[in-house]
Design a binder for this molecule. Structure first.
Ligand code: PMP
Length: 455
């Protein structure tokens, strides 16, 4: 189990409210921001951060908030983990940048070695390092196209893959990600996902996969498809866990037709779901894996790891970028990866699941707006609907998230309909803090349930 972050850093792992949320200093910063920051950049909680440690954020007014979002699944090793901070400081003092494409350095190689070791499958692997999840997904598509000589890319409904032009095309949800930003990249085809809550009752994973495969074969043609890109648990689209058998069936079909199976593990990767990668749960071995978010303890780093023959099919100079695999980010990644392994943070994710899931299930029995409790490890969610229906209720999910924030607990929403409350706590969160935050969440949910309780 991970050492208590309070002991390691000194910022007490306790919720503390000194002002209303947001406080006066945060409100003053919001005014400054409105004059210079683009309106298109939104912030879920207008609370400006001064310090962070473990699973808490201290704002500029001295309030200490419990972070159940980890900066969208990034600070899994805890905010400002001391080992990551030390590695960043030491590397920054040595050199901050050379550009790996100009003059290389060891840490880039060491991160690629770690990725080869940790990603699913024991085949020979290669990696390329980039800056963001979207860039990783784009590069996975580039590699698959170059290696197969094919153009088409198949993605799933509810997918989120990023905000660049190609990844916007691959992302499902129009508002806010796509509206007005087209035309989008071509040769991207969408097929249905496995969504057990909303699929026909009793539909198996294999049947859901067959539904997707049938569409891809009829509307695209298997021999035209370079890659199928799949989030093993859908992230932004609603923390949708596919029915068992769905991923293995898609992977088997891809293998049979020379289609590159790409797992977008940007959100699910690095111990988040109770395994190092979510694909491990069913023993699925992707041809390429896109990683980002949790890899470097909060520093921007991402990558594509996969079969040597696919990565090496790309001509020299075909992959890269000025900042890709920045040495400070690589040093942070090596420190973070050491923590994932040393402290068995995948085990911590399973501990968090064991602590949260029964409470959420108990809540779901009492609160009629909770249609489903789902997720794996420390990637858990509640889908909120109008009681007695499957009609999504985004307003209620937003109300609950806001009520939690007012009490000093940050809970994110997601979902195609914006009606899913998602929990992504840092994997180092202590049981007491987690219980405290869950109590706040339960109170906020129950507050809306006088008229929502099931008979
Ligand atoms: N893929 C998935 C599954 C994601 O969750 C995200 C980010 N939410 C991305 C890609 C894009 O990552 P980034 O924001 O780093 O570009």
């Amino acid at each position: 189990m991970a050492p208590d972050p309070e002991v390691r850093t000194g910022l007490a792992q306790r919720r503390q409210l000194l002002t209303e949320i947001p406080g006066p200093r945060s409100r003053a910063l919001a005014e400054r921001r409105a004059r210079v920051v683009a309106a298109g950049v939104s912030s879920t909680f207008p609370v400006y951060v001064a310090r962070a440690s473990g699973a808490v954020l201290e704002d500029v007014d001295g309030n200490v908030l419990v972070d159940l979002g980890s900066g969208i699944a990034v600070t899994s090793v805890g905010a400002s983990a001391p080992e990551v901070v030390a590695a960043v400081a030491a590397q920054a003092a040595d050199f901050t940048h050379t550009c790996f494409m100009v003059s290389p350095y060891e840490s880039y190689v060491a991160v690629c070695e770690a990725l080869a070791r940790l990603t699913p499958g024991d085949h020979e692997k290669r990696s390329v390092l980039v800056n963001s999840g979207a860039e990783a997904v784009e590069n996975a598509v580039k590699i698959a196209r170059r290696a197969t000589g094919r153009d088409a890319v198949v993605v799933l409904d509810h997918a989120y893959h990023g905000r660049t032009n190609l990844t916007m095309a691959m992302t499902a949800k129009a508002m806010p990600y796509k509206i007005g930003f087209g035309p989008f990249a071509g040769e991207v085809y969408r097929v249905p996902a496995s969504y057990p809550l909303r699929d026909p009752v009793g539909m198996t994973g294999e049947e859901a996969a067959q539904r997707a495969i049938d569409l891809a074969q009829r509307q695209v043609g298997a021999d035209r498809i370079a890659a199928i890109v799949v989030e093993p648990i859908v992230g932004e689209g609603g923390f949708i866990v596919p029915a068992r058998g769905f991923l293995p069936a898609l992977a088997a079909w891809a293998r049979a037709h020379g289609i590159v199976f790409v797992a977008d593990e940007v959100q699910t990767g690095f111990a988040r779901t109770g395994d190092m990668f979510a694909c491990d749960d069913e023993g699925v071995v992707p041809d390429l894996v896109a990683v980002a978010k949790g890899i470097a303890g909060g520093m921007p780093l991402a990558g594509v790891t996969g079969r040597a023959e696919l990565l090496d099919a790309v001509h020299s100079g075909g992959l890269g970028g000025t900042f890709g695999g920045n040495p400070v980010a690589c040093a942070a990644a090596l420190a973070a990866i050491d923590l994932y392994e040393r402290d068995d943070l995948a085990g911590s994710a399973r501990r968090i699941e064991a602590r949260i899931l029964p409470r959420l299930r108990e809540l779901a029995r009492r609160v009629g707006s909770i249609a489903e409790v789902r997720g794996r490890g420390a990637m858990l969610a509640l889908e909120i609907v109008r009681p007695g229906t499957l009609e999504p209720d985004a307003a209620e999910a937003t109300r609950v998230a806001r009520a939690c924030a007012a009490q000093g607990v940050l809970v994110l929403t997601c979902g195609t309909w914006g009606n899913v409350l998602r929990l992504l706590p840092p994997l180092v969160i202590g049981d007491d803090l987690l219980d405290d935050a869950l109590g706040v969440l339960a109170g906020a949910l129950a507050a809306g349930s006088e008229f929502a309780a099931r008979p």
